[in-house]
Design a protein around this ligand. Sequence first.
Ligand SMILES: CC(C)(COP(=O)(O)OP(=O)(O)OC[C@H]1O[C@@H](n2cnc3c(N)ncnc32)[C@H](O)[C@@H]1OP(=O)(O)O)[C@@H](O)C(=O)NCCC(=O)NCCS
Length: 197
Amino acid sequence: MIRRMQKEDVPKVIAVHLASFSGFFLSFLGPRFLLLYYAGICAASEGIAFVYLDPAGEPAGFVAGTANPRGFYSRLLKRDWLRFSFASLGAICRKPNTIRRIARAFFHPSENPVGKDVAGLFSIGVLPEVQGGGAGKQLVSRFLEEASARGCTRVFLTTDRDNNESVNTFYQRLGFFIGRQYETPEGRRMNEYWIEI
Ligand SMILES: CC(C)(COP(=O)(O)OP(=O)(O)OC[C@H]1O[C@@H](n2cnc3c(N)ncnc32)[C@H](O)[C@@H]1OP(=O)(O)O)[C@@H](O)C(=O)NCCC(=O)NCCS
């Protein structure tokens, strides 16, 4: 039911992303940006990405991240900056402030935890009609297995602290603990979760 994400899966992964992450910044950037984002993670040697297949063999869930989180977004954007720029134009026209957030990811690499032993889980989504059936748990478990195979001993992720009880419960049920709480420049209060593997 779980296999590595391939480039051909990306259009379906985008559909799952848009269905499960409504109202999130990456979704606002639109399908063309998401295509470059997930295809970039698939292609990067440090990328870790899997899909959950429904009985018909179609991706109904996915997980994506990296075995080298520090500066990952910045490297991804710089590798394909021209196409990312074009892909962002629609979102920038709709909301000009978007450019500041993209520029920050580009010029100021995140302060993601660093270390050869650290992996970052950046995105996980399951189609609403499939949620609650164990797909998310299987995806996280496969992600941790792969991170371990790549020599990582710890995995972190971030999620909203407010109005996000189900996702926080999900990670806590899987054994993640809160290592840090912080606020983004946009004023979002975040939980940074960790798990030892
Ligand atoms: C978060 C998400 C990936 C979970 O996937 P899922 O397939 O629904 O989760 P599972 O069915 O594997 O559940 C795993 C565990 O979490 C618990 N859980 C899942 N959703 C829950 C909810 N809404 N409330 C309480 N517990 C929940 C389950 O009970 C289960 O616990 P158990 O193993 O002790 O029985 C999925 O709900 C989703 O795609 N959400 C929208 C996108 C999103 O917010 N992603 C995370 C961004 S950081």
